[in-house]
Design a binder for this molecule. Structure first.
Ligand code: ATP
Length: 269
């Protein structure tokens, strides 16, 4: 199976409110994708307000592109199909035509649907000249032909959402099919604060814990880096308890872990 996930909207479990910062990106996705899917009647008159068939999310790794795609599907009440460019070209390159046909007919049946193509550059990257594998080229051409073949009725209900860390590897033909391109940037200090607050909302933290100081001290961290940092810090009290137990300390019942403090994070960096 070349599809990595198929999830109905009610089971996605991620909403925009679970994603910290990225307010402009959420607003853009709301206008470009959610509204046309939820209120198609507003976009069916005239020529200017046509729902777009494709959106590209690009930016550094770990900034929340996959998370945004899932939340978008759940907010739009759409099914979510996820495929990964590199899997499609490496494992399945034998049968390009059959595969793309199967994918697009499956998507039509599941409409309204978001088809998320992660690493879209490896599926639809720039033409590699003589070095490109013939099968990769065929897969890309088949994919683009099937995409173009979406009837306009379907295009309101099937959205291809590509994501890449390497937008410069995409060629013009692909860029044209992804007319809306949204940059998903690394968070600045204010936005790191918003993201950290989401991760720490349910944690037991010291009463004078300074989340702002942590946000200021994590320049260059992506949302994913921040999450890993929080997980590592949360593990420190667990490790201390395990160390005590190793030294022979017995408890009657499982003791409460001590609250997290800033040091746990600084030492986990
Ligand atoms: P890649 O380009 O490497 O595929 P990505 O941009 O798709 O990365 P995600 O996979 O969406 O990034 O993010 C990885 C994890 O980081 C998410 O599962 C989530 O836990 C966390 N994360 C990233 N950004 C945010 C954010 N803004 N708010 C909350 N969590 C975030």
């Amino acid at each position: 199976n070349f599809i990595s996930a198929v999830v109905p909207p009610g089971e996605i479990g991620i909403k925009f409110e679970d994603i910290g910062a990225l307010e402009d990106v959420k607003t853009a996705l709301h206008e470009l994708a959610i509204l046309p899917m939820k209120r198609p009647e507003l976009f069916s008159h005239g020529n200017l307000l046509r729902p777009c068939k494709g959106i590209l999310l690009f930016g550094p790794p770990g900034t929340g592109k996959t998370l945004l795609a899932k939340a978008l599907a759940s907010e739009a009440g759409a099914n979510f199909i996820s495929i990964t460019g590199s899997t499609l070209t490496s494992k399945w390159f034998g049968d390009a035509e059959k595969l793309t046909k199967a994918l697009f007919s499956f998507a039509s049946k599941l409409a309204p649907v978001i088809v998320f193509v992660d690493e879209v550059d490896s599926l639809l990257g720039a033409r590699g000249g003589g070095f490109e594998h013939e099968a990769t080229r065929r897969m890309r051409n088949e994919f683009m032909a099937a995409w173009d073949g979406l009837r306009s009725k379907d295009s309101q209900r099937i959205l291809i959402l590509g994501a890449t860390n390497r937008p410069f590897d995409l060629d013009d033909a692909v860029i044209r099919r992804l007319p809306r391109r949204i940059y998903v940037d690394l968070p600045d200090a204010d936005n790191r604060l918003k993201i950290l607050k989401i991760f720490l909302a349910k944690e037991n933290i010291d009463h004078d814990f300074d989340t702002r100081a942590l946000a200021n001290a994590t320049e260059g961290y992506s949302g994913s880096d921040l999450k890993n940092l929080c997980i590592a810090a949360a593990y420190r009290p667990v490790q201390e308890l395990l160390d005590e137990e190793k030294k022979g300390k017995k408890h009657d019942k499982t003791p409460a872990l001590r609250p997290l403090n800033l040091d746990d994070f600084i030492q986990s960096k």
